[in-house]
Design a binder for this molecule. Structure first.
Ligand code: ZN
Ligand code: FE
Length: 256
């Protein structure tokens, strides 16, 4: 099983598009193309031939380049079976528990509703790579546009179980803003304070804070910590159900 060669393309104000190449077959996937031009330019610069698009959900800043890239390359478009009508040009539908092979690199598909009702994530186990769109961010999670707190908490718990070294290739550079909120929830979380310092240094050098490491997210991301007694205590919700704690943290972030 070959490891993917993954490149990050920052576009729009804060989106990341990823190019992932499987070296044995030369297959190249674009993950969540918000736009077309920068993707085709970067692929050309690298000498990579785009064969696939992998979509996590239907929002325009994730599928905006689908049709033009498909027209330019003839690529296969893989997306959520749960959302057949909202993924432009989708040719392969995948759902929870499915695998999808990009050359010899195998992705496991997770259905992770909450941000949207059809959201999926792709886990390339042998590359320690999770493409999770707008479900899990570094020190944050997606807004609940079409789902309930219970759905999102269930989705995040599934992603949280992946191996510690998994890299979180999320779709936005939101980390600094997420940290500004997170320290209001858990001001005494040392892992969070360490991440705050690390991200500040990265951003000061103009470097992305993404991908992050799942082990670090478990320790510092308040949305993965709704069942941690110290987080519940920090917001005065000791002994409450984790889903209620999660809902309260998400509500506070919405009005932050
Ligand atoms: Zn979105
Ligand atoms: Fe987005």
């Amino acid at each position: 099983m070959a490891k993917l060669d993954i490149r990050q393309i920052p576009v729009l104000s804060d989106n990341f598009i990823y190019l992932a190449r499987e070296p044995d077959s030369g297959a190249v996937a674009v993950v969540d193309p918000a736009v077309t031009g920068p993707v085709l330019d970067e692929a050309k610069r690298l000498g990579w031939k785009i064969t696939h698009i992998l979509n996590t959900h239907h929002h325009p800043d994730h599928v905006g380049g689908n049709l033009e890239i498909q027209e330019a390359t003839g690529c296969t478009i893989v997306g959520p079976a749960h959302d057949p009508d909202r993924i432009p040009g989708m040719t392969v539908q995948v759902s929870d528990g499915d695998t999808y092979d990009l050359g010899s690199a195998r992705a496991q598909v997770f259905f992770v509703p909450g941000h949207t009702r059809g959201h999926i994530a792709y886990w390339f186990k042998d590359s320690d790579a999770l493409f999770c769109g707008d479900t899990l961010f570094s020190i944050g999670c997606g807004r609940l546009f079409e789902g309930t707190p219970a759905q999102m908490w269930t989705s995040l718990q599934r992603l949280r179980e992946l191996p510690t070294e998994t890299r979180i290739y999320c779709a936005h550079e939101y980390t600094e803003a997420n940290i500004r909120f997170a320290v209001t929830v858990e001001p005494d979380n040392t892992a969070l304070r360490q991440r705050e310092a690390d991200v500040k240094a990265l951003r000061a050098e103009g470097k992305p804070s993404v991908p992050s490491r799942l082990g670090d997210e478990r320790a510092a991301n308040p949305f993965l910590r709704a069942d941690a007694p110290e987080l519940a205590a920090a917001i005065g919700m000791q002994g409450r159900a984790p889903v209620d704690v999660f809902a309260e943290v998400r509500r506070r972030k919405d009005v932050f």
